[in-house]
Design a protein around this ligand. Sequence first.
Ligand code: PMP
Length: 387
Amino acid sequence: MTRPLLMIPGPIEFTDEVMMEMGRPTYSHVDPAFIAIFSQALRDLRAVFLADDDHQPFILAGSGTLAMDSAAANLVEPGDRVLVVNTGYFSLRMADICRRYGAQVDAIDAAPGETVSADQVAAALQQGDYAIVTITHVDTSTGVLTDVKGMARAAKEAGALTIVDGVCAAAAEEMRQSEWGVDVYLTASQKAIGVPPGLALLVASPAAMEKWRGRSTPVGSYYADWNQWLPIMEAYEGRRAAYFATPAVNLVMALAVSLRQILDEGMDAVFARHRGLSDAVKAGIQALGLAQVPSAYEHAAHTLTCPRYPDGVDASFLAHVRAHGAILAGGLYPSIKSEYFRIGHMGAVGRGDVLATLGAVEAGLRAAGYAIEPGVALAAAQAVMDA
Ligand code: PMP
C-alpha cells in the first residue's frame, strides 16, 4: 500500500464497509429506509455504551465539541456548581463550556501525565454543593485514563450528575454506562466509533433528563437544545419521520454499519482487543528506550500512546515516520507540546497495523539519527501479542 496508515488519535482508519456507506446515494432524511437505519443506530449506540433502554441517545450533526456543548447547555443552569476533573487540554475545554452557560467551576488539576483519583473527587465533593462533575475518560492531549467507574460512584453518593467526555475512549476503553451510573457519556464519530468526522453522540440517563426537564431557565443554545432534539430522536427510534435540522444522512448510514461491526465483535472483546494492542505498542516504545507522558501504566489510556522524544529527536522526525508508512500526531498539551508525540491505536486496528506503525517509528528514529537496533520494537510488540 502506498498510502500511509492514519495512526493519529482521531480521525482513524475506517473499515471498507463504513467507507462504502459514505459513497452511497444519499437518502431523503424522511425515506422509510433511512428512518429504519437511524432507528437502529440509536438503539445500537445505547448498546455500545452498555446503557439500559431508559437512557436517551442523541445523534447530532457536529463534532465532539458539539457533544460537550450539548451536554453542558442542557444540564448546566446559571449558578450551578460544577467540579471539573482536569487531566488535560480537553478537560479545560469542558470547564470553559460550563462557564459559558453560567456555571461556577472548580477544578481538581492533575499535572500533565498524572491522573486524579476517585478519592480526591469524593473529598472535593464534600467541600461544596456540586450539581455536576465533568470527567475526561481519556484526555487525548496527555494519554491519561481516568477512573470513571470510581468517580461516577463518588458523584452519585454526593448527589451530583456526571458528564463524561468519552471522545477518545468510547467503544475502546471499558465503560458500562448503566452499571457505573454515568449520567451523560458523549463522544464523536471519528475515533473508536469508527466513522468519518461529523457526528456528535450522547447518551443521557433518566437523572440527567430529569435535571434538564426541571430547568428554571431556558437552554442558552438554539441548535443544541434538547427541546429541539428529543422529539426527533424519539420519532426516529419509533420509526417515524420528524424534522428539526437535516441529519447528516450518509454519516448516520456509516454509523449504523460501524456500530453493528462493534456489537458483532462484542463489547468485552472490543475492550480486550484495545488493551492488548495498547500493551503491544507500549512494549515496543519501551524497548526503544522512549519514556511516555502518563506517569504510570495503570493510568495510561489504551486508545493512544504518548512517547517522549529521545535526546536529539524532535517533531521533524514525524515526517520520516510518515515517509515510512504511518501518520502520527505531535504533542498537544501546551507546556510539554514539543516534548512528545502521539500514536493512536483505536477502532478497527489489528496486529498488522501495530507492527507497520512500530516499523515506521523505528525507521523514522534511525532517519532522525537515533541509533537503535532494527526490529527491537517489533520483537517486543510481537512478544506481547503472542503471549
Ligand atoms: N474531547 C476529547 C477527549 C477529544 O480528544 C476531542 C478531539 N480530539 C474533543 C473532545 C473534541 O472533539 P472534536 O474535535 O470532534 O470537536
